[in-house]
Design a binder for this molecule. Sequence first.
Ligand code: 13P
Length: 283
Amino acid sequence: MPVVPTRDILARAFAERYGVAAINIVNDLTMDAVLAAAEELKAPVILQTSVKTVKQTGLDVLYAMWVEMARRTTVPVAIHLDHCPERDVISACLAKGWSSVLFDASKLSVEENKRQCIEVVAEARRFGADVEGEIEGFKRTEDMTGDEAQHVQSLDVVVDFVRETGVDIFAPAIGNAHGTYKTAPTLDSQRVTDIVEATGKPVALHGGTGMTPEQFSDLIARGCAKVNISTALKIAYMQSGFDFMTEHPGDFDPPKIFTAQHTAVKEMAKHHIRMFGSEGKAW
Ligand code: 13P
């Protein structure tokens, strides 16, 4: 299957109310493992790259890896740039061939965010790419105070932002955060319904690691078609390497540890794909 526009992958998921796993990969091994999981389960998948990964690996190398690995897959795949406040990185990724970008101007005023987001959407369209927008920003789980769901913009502000900018996906704050929750978060799921009904656009669920299966099903049924997972991959990748070395002290043969890590990341991805209901949804 060729690389499919993010909007096409999400349109089906949104219409049928399943969630597409959007998983942050960090290198070639994790990219391959997530694609292998999607392939095994016949699921569409979105690979996400952070700005840090783009800079660390280098745009050209990362993209070359993607093209080669995507070419071997038979399921619909897209590559997405996660939280990016840097316009030059957005432009470079769009020009290179990324399927979609999240323009993260949540630290700016809504008006300035909107002004710049309109430019980003126009730029993305020239490359046939899509844009995710956000106006509230997400905390790290360790910085949560418990009242996150109250510090959000009004529905009118959200609807105006989505309409004026023309973003394809919106990422609302609903009490979610990035990292490892101490306990399952209290989420304002009604806010997802309100936004979806008012905008007709799919919602991106951030901070997926650590939410319960019930929370995922509920939010996906309300229109969270893109479900972001990052911390779970980091844990699977690093912990499996640590476990391998603990169980095999002195075994410094790299391919063995890589195999253990690949299996752990692939299983983590399969677990989430199944939980989000996208198994067998490839076309
Ligand atoms: P987690 O790290 O909590 O899984 O969140 C992922 C995310 O939302 C990436 O944007």
